[in-house]
Ligand binder design. Sequence first.
Ligand code: FES
Length: 106
Amino acid sequence: MAEWVNVASVGDIENRHSVIVEVDGTSVVIFNLDGEYCALEDVCTHDGAEIASGCLVGDAIECPRHGARFDIRTGAVEAPPAYEPLQTFPIRINNGVIQVCDDRWD
Ligand code: FES
């Protein structure tokens, strides 16, 4: 069973900004959307580009490579050329610490 991994403290990520962390060998981008934290694999499903340096468009992230757009909360595709959602991960706050769990192999 996958374990929760400490990735940052609340307050480390400014509102509507992100940080990149490693969780069990996977690059994960953590977004702070108005106090709601979201964790996504930092890999665009279109052609494998990193997604973290893309522009925020509302509550979506736009891939810096070809402009696919994804809902940050769900990973769902909002605009092509990607057609598969981004991988999302469970995320929680535990005593002021942001924790992520890579549960893909459970
Ligand atoms: S790699 Fe992200 S849109 Fe092409």
